[in-house]
Design a protein around this ligand. Structure first.
Ligand code: FAD
Length: 402
């Protein structure tokens, strides 16, 4: 059986290691991660930012021993030698592979403006970054978040619920302008404003202001300054594809893979946030930064390694919890499309449905889990759906009569 070396022990890599053993892979499995400590879940880092229990292991400590998975933590893979089939780590150490899986994830983008590296300016991707921010939040009264994306909004809700002042600064004219529909963004904006968060849109950031090397505020392009004790940059993530680029694998802002997680080298697979992947219903490739996508690709890689049938392609989906608001999105939302809003009696429960003239293509649900599940199933079947009744919450979602 081939020796599988997995670089990166995040959601994708750790899931794959477990799946391989579950499907009775008998060869060696080596799982390498630059982060110290046990592999952990990232979603709580923003959602539970102000709570003590946000550290959540992906698997219990004994799992790796029991499953005979050699876990090397605190080890950085520096390069890949594709001819000799070895990865090089610090201290000139080498590990050979039959199959290499790159699951190196992404890093949070830095703010590239003056003051972007000052004390008090944070990013939120790793446990240590979250611990650092949590510690400083205890001594702070106000936080400015640059970027109204999912992580920024989750952190805003958590910090606001803890009582601090929060301002979210977004460059576009609305929240989530490139990934979500206008009605969803409007619902989220009013929820956050009700929580007491200040939202500033159409506002580019020019600099972080300082006193004695510490951040004191965010200066906007129009000259306004948002005073704050701490800044969180929630401005997206960059795939960690450097070692793949250097090894000559096909990369385009992420490692390009096919729908079996194969890279341009037949001995190397790639899964998770580091990849740019095809999707069943759209042309080209996308970077999907989500746990369901990481798990789906881990299943693809497992099937390839073991020579099993590939898994059935999934409709991409994602969730985001912002205080008491539970958001779920399935399918690819065209932010410029004309969606149908399905509102429930309570103001805080609705779905936004996307229809291409024949069938459902995407759904964005807020506090409507059953409706989300029904819509997601309909999207997967691609059966015709009559758009006329979609807005009526009393008519269950169902395929059109033939
Ligand atoms: P990662 O989890 O980033 O793991 C990659 C690992 O590889 C890291 O530990 C990294 O240090 C290591 N590594 C990188 N390069 C090397 C190297 N050269 N050598 C050794 N090790 C290396 N998704 C959702 O679907 N729902 C959510 O609610 C949600 N919430 C999130 C909240 C936060 C705060 C964040 C940051 C992300 C959230 N996500 C969420 C996204 C989700 O966490 C990612 O999609 C997922 O972690 C991707 O898994 P991955 O294994 O590809 O990458």
């Amino acid at each position: 059986a081939p020796k599988v070396v997995i670089v990166g022990a995040g959601h994708a890599g750790t899931t794959l290691a477990g799946l391989l053993r579950q499907w009775r892979h008998s060869g060696e499995i080596v799982l390498i991660s630059r982060e110290r400590g046990l592999p952990y879940q990232r979603p709580p880092l923003s959602k539970k930012l102000t709570q003590p229990d946000f550290e959540l292991p992906l698997r219990p400590a004994q799992f790796f021993d029991e499953q005979d998975i050699s876990l090397h933590t605190g080890q950085d893979v520096l390069s890949i030698d594709r001819v000799r089939r070895v990865v090089r780590m610090s201290g000139l150490r080498e590990i050979d592979y039959d199959i290499l899986v790159l699951a190196t994830g992404a890093r949070a983008r830095r703010l590239t403006i003056p003051g972007g590296d000052l004390d008090g300016v944070h990013r939120l991707r790793t446990l240590s970054e979250a611990q650092n921010l949590q510690r400083q939040l205890r001594e702070s009264g106000s936080l400015a978040i640059v970027g109204g994306g999912f992580i920024g909004l989750e952190a805003a809700a958590a910090v606001r619920a803890g009582g601090a002042q929060v301002t979210v600064i977004e460059r576009e004219e609305r929240l989530l302008a490139r990934v979500a529909s206008e009605p969803l963004a409007a619902g989220l904006a009013s929820y956050h404003e009700r929580l007491g968060t200040t939202l500033i849109t159409r506002a580019g950031v020019a600099a972080i202001t300082e006193r004695d090397g510490r951040a004191t505020g965010v200066q906007l392009n129009d000259g306004r300054v948002v005073a704050c004790d701490l800044v969180l940059a929630g401005v997206g993530a960059v795939p960690r594809d450097e070692i793949a680029v250097e090894a000559g694998l096909h990369c385009e802002d992420g490692i390009v893979v096919d729908d079996s997680a194969q890279t341009s080298d037949p001995s190397i697979l790639a899964i998770g946030d580091v990849t740019r992947r095809p999707l069943p219903t759209v042309s080209g490739t996308r970077r999907l930064e989500s746990i369901p996508s990481a798990i789906e690709q881990a299943r693809q890689a497992c099937a390839v390694i073991l020579g099993n049938e590939p898994p059935v392609p999934e409709v991409p989906w994602f969730w985001s919890d912002q205080h008491e608001l539970k958001l779920k999105i399935a399918g690819l939302v065209d932010p410029a499309g004309t969606p149908i809003v399905r509102r429930h009696a309570s103001q805080e429960s609705f779905s936004v449905l996307h229809h291409d003239g024949t069938s459902l293509t995407a759904v964005e649900s807020v506090n409507a889990p059953a409706e989300f599940a029904a819509a997601r199933k309909l999207i997967a079947t691609r059966l015709p759906v009559d758009p006329a009744q979609l807005a009526n919450p009393d008519v269950p979602l169902h395929p059109a009569e033939p």
